[in-house]
Design a protein around this ligand. Structure first.
Ligand code: ADP
Ligand code: MG
Length: 813
């Protein structure tokens, strides 16, 4: 056991006042690695129990006082370990071993009274109190429970003789119990047993489960699955899964064993047993909604079989087949859904025809200090053509960070205003809304005389009447907000820019004609449709800097037409990107300092520690203070995180923009859109924790001016996958390629956060399934061609399933 490194870190922590700064990325992560390695060298059960007790607590969640106590406990523990002998003796009598193959029973299908939509309490073994616990996991109905799939499976199907056991692997043995007794290692009631087969004996310890001793009578045959540890040269099974061999179906051992999501009050064994009985009984009652012909042609498993195999698969191959069938369902239903939404949206509602020949566009483009790129020009033409149609535009404008989407959107907003309609521009964060407001005002200022200040500006020149542009965000003083809302209602404002405050109650438009939504994937479908509802079938332009591969875009956003700005304005540089190895932190800091001395500015991005905004903010604060105190004493540092008030955020951003700060220490709030041309360095801490697209967004914060810019990535202990990502980001600049790689690694559900986006859940679909995605899409199109209303008899079950799946998702139109 490497106690030296742990002692050193604890000492450092003490010196730093237990602020969790001794190791980068936090102590918990270090401890996890350390304890994984250390546990194997502990032989004495008493020490083991103490070990588990000490190391299962989270350092990050402790108060300073608790941390001090805890550090003491560890030091005491280390002293004890090093002072004592840990050997344990094992008896060595070999019992006979009989062969027994695991069986798997197929799902039966007796028709029953309660249906799939009945509450889970109709399931045998689920009481009201248990149903509450399942409720916490999103399981309310029988159907939910059928689709309550395990996170993963542990493969306990590898049977071994005791003499063949090796450390670290998941393995299963069948053995005879020689003796089992309650023990009290470290004062905790536990069970300790000696079991054996013809090849040898092994000791088994179950901590905290004294009741087991009574079940394991001498000569009981038992199946054990789990990992084996090595203590002083001898194998020991620590708290393995166990099952008595009584001729029933195996649930916990000797097979692919499911690992279910749990919540307080649900135990793994209990859930597994319950699910086994439940799936055996109920899976057969599910009707397959896919048309038979289609299912057979594609070679997909029947739905009941797929469901039961997804829970308790016979083997790896069948498990995969089950996943494919279920993933196909998700993608197919999604595709059919978006296609019919688009049809409903465009078919049933007339849009407002704009006169796009207005001279205002030409004058606007002439006033710009640059000419549009060919791609921008093409996108603008697409948009103008849509606006001239009597059906509402529904277009996705996709383009790299900095490809110039805002200019294009501004031209479209001017057309709306020139036609006497209002335009709305919705951004995902307040910082961005403000920045867009500033950018759009600046673009317009070259067109005519600017008046007004703060949140409301007016331009004489572009139109015959004054053109009024306003900002509406949650943080504006109530009185000012009321005033702007009133003006929006009365039609006194032509272009309104804001956050989702725009779609909240109290905002009514006089005549909303065009809605622009920036950074699409951060908005839910619900917010999109809420904005639609504010107008008279307004035209809708959705913009995203996430370059979604085309197939996926068409599947997820099948209700939108697609324009892509696939080139950057001329003269854009590539940002030099380097992944620094451990130990190069100081040279990274030196580089930052050098750039600052040359008059440039830098971002230092703090790692994503936890999902909670509060914890991220706190970590950023600690890092900011450390850098200010220990590294960049003479430079001007600013701090930006999501917990600051809007006024403080503004002040920091403004100061950085003006050059009043050299370095901005920030959390991932700065992911999107921020535009500071003088910033040339982006230093990303714990870069291994971010996805490729996210890293690319961060990198897009620099390289926006004339100076060569740099992106440095720090990663302490990257996993294999993370290494791969870092390699890719170092060498690939093209956001499109990166997004594709990212999707391959993460899967669309996670990538887009489908849960928040109002789309049906994607749980089984992965992005390595590009082929499946295309298949689902083609099949959906084929079906749509022959029976788009799903009216044929053979499509009735599918129609019902569609209704069910999409009823839970948001209303689109
Ligand atoms: P996006 O919203 O796509 O990230 P922006 O519209 O914010 O990009 O444009 C990024 C920067 O590039 C802005 O400063 C903008 O003025 C500038 N820009 C836009 N189009 C062009 C162009 N065709 N040529 C030169 N610069 C451009
Ligand atoms: Mg932008």
């Amino acid at each position: 056991m490497d106690s030296e490194s742990l002692r050193k870190i604890l000492d450092l922590e003490r010196q730093k006042g237990y602020a969790d700064v001794a190791v980068f990325g936090g102590l918990d992560k270090f401890l996890r690695n350390w304890s994984d390695q250390a546990v194997g060298s502990l032989g004495n059960p008493r020490l083991l129990v103490r070990f588990h007790k000490i190391f299962k607590t989270s350092y990050a969640n402790m108060t300073t006082e608790q941390r001090r106590e805890w550090a003491k406990a560890i030091l005491g523990f280390l002293n004890d370990v090093e002072g004592k002998d840990n050997t344990v003796e094992l008896p060595t009598k070999a019992p006979p071993r009989k062969k027994s193959a695991p069986k798997v029973k197929k799902a039966a299908a007796p028709p029953g009274e309660p249906g799939l939509d009945s509450p889970v309490t109709v399931v045998k073994g689920i009481s009201t109190s248990l149903s509450g616990k399942f409720g916490k996991l999103g399981v309310k109905t029988v159907r939910d429970l059928l689709y309550f799939f395990p996170h993963r499976h542990i493969d306990y199907s590898k049977m071994k003789l005791i003499s063949q056991l090796v450390e670290g692997e998941e393995q299963t043995i069948v053995a005879n119990v020689w003796q089992a007794q309650e023990t009290k290692p470290g004062g905790r009631r536990s069970t300790e047993a000696i079991v054996g087969d013809e090849s040898g004996n092994i000791r088994v310890v179950w901590f905290n489960q004294p009741y087991l001793a009574k079940k394991l009578n001498t000569n009981t045959r038992i199946m054990l699955s789990g990992r084996v540890s090595l203590f002083k040269g001898r194998h020991v099974f620590l708290s393995p899964e166990w099952e008595l061999m009584e001729g029933q179906d195996l649930v916990h051992t000797a097979r692919m064993v499911p690992v279910y999501p749990l919540t307080a009050g649900l135990r793994p064994r209990q859930v597994r047993k319950l699910m086994k009985d439940f799936v055996d009984l109920w899976a057969g009652r599910v009707t397959d909604f896919l048309p038979q012909g289609l299912r057979k042609r594609l070679g997909l498993l029947e739905l009941p079989v797929a469901i039961s195999q997804a829970h308790y698969p016979e083997d790896e191959t069948t498990k995969d087949k089950a996943r494919v069938r279920l993933a196909f369902d998700e993608l197919f239903l999604l595709q059919l859904g978006v296609m019919s939404k688009k049809r409903d949206w465009q078919g049933s509602r007339p849009g407002n025809v704009f006169d796009v020949s207005q001279s205002v566009v030409g004058r606007f483009l002439e006033s710009l200090p640059f000419t549009l790129t060919a791609a921008q020009d093409k996108a603008l033409k697409d948009i103008l053509a849509d606006l001239a149609q009597p059906k509402p535009m529904s277009r996705l404008l996709q383009g790299e960070v900095g490809s110039g989407k805002t200019v294009v959107a501004t031209a479209a907003l001017l057309v709306a205003a020139a036609n006497g309609y209002q335009g709305a521009f919705m951004a995902p964060t307040e910082i961005l809304a403000e920045q867009h407001f500033a950018t759009i005002c600046q673009l317009l200022s070259k067109l005519g005389k600017e008046e007004g200040e703060g949140y409301l500006k007016s331009y004489s020149g572009p139109l015959e009447r004054p053109l009024r542009v306003a900002l509406l965000i949650g943080d504006i003083r109530q009185a000012g907000k009321k005033q702007i809302q009133k003006q929006v209602l009365e039609g006194d404002i032509d272009i309104i820019i804001g956050t989702h405050a725009l779609v909240q109650k109290g905002v009514e438009f006089r005549k909303l004609g065009l809605a622009v939504v920036d950074e699409q994937h951060r908005f839910g479908v619900e917010q999109r449709s809420a904005l639609r509802e504010k107008g008279f079938n307004p035209h809708m332009l959705v913009m995203t800097a996430t370059p979604i591969p085309r197939t996926l875009a068409l599947t997820l956003y099948g209700d939108l037409d697609l324009s892509v700005i696939d080139e950057l304005p001329p003269g854009r540089q590539t940002v030099k990107t380097k992944w620094l190895k451990t130990g190069q932190r100081d040279s990274a800091y030196a580089f930052v300092r050098k750039q600052v001395n040359e008059g440039r500015q830098a971002f230092i991005l703090c790692p994503l520690i936890e999902e909670s905004e509060a914890i991220i903010a706190q970590a950023a604060t600690v890092e900011y203070e450390r850098l200010a105190r220990e590294v960049f004493l003479d430079l001007r540092l600013g701090l930006l995180h999501g917990r600051l008030s809007s006024a403080d955020k503004d002040a920091v951003m403004e100061s950085f923009r003006r050059g009043g700060l050299d370095i901005l220490v920030a959390t991932p709030v700065i992911e999107v859109g921020i535009d500071i041309p003088n910033a040339t360095v982006m230093l990303i801490e714990s870069a291994d924790r971010f996805g490729l697209s996210q890293l690319h967004q961060f990198r897009g914060r620099v390289g926006r001016g004339k100076e060569q810019s740099y992106c440095m990535l720090l990663a302490e202990n990257p996993s294999e996958v993370a290494r791969e990502r870092l390699d890719i980001i170092e060498n690939v600049q093209d956001g499109f390629k990166l997004a594709e790689e990212d999707l391959k690694m993460r899967g669309p559900g996670e990538f887009f956060g489908t849960r928040q986006s109002g789309l049906p859940d994607l749980r089984m679909a992965k992005m390595s399934d590009v082929a499946l995605l295309e298949l689902a899409r083609n099949e959906a199109i084929k079906l749509f061609e022959v029976d788009s209303g799903l009216e044929r008899v053979e499509h009735k079950p599918l129609a019902r399933e569609m209704e069910r799946v999409w009823a839970g998702a948001a209303e689109w139109s």
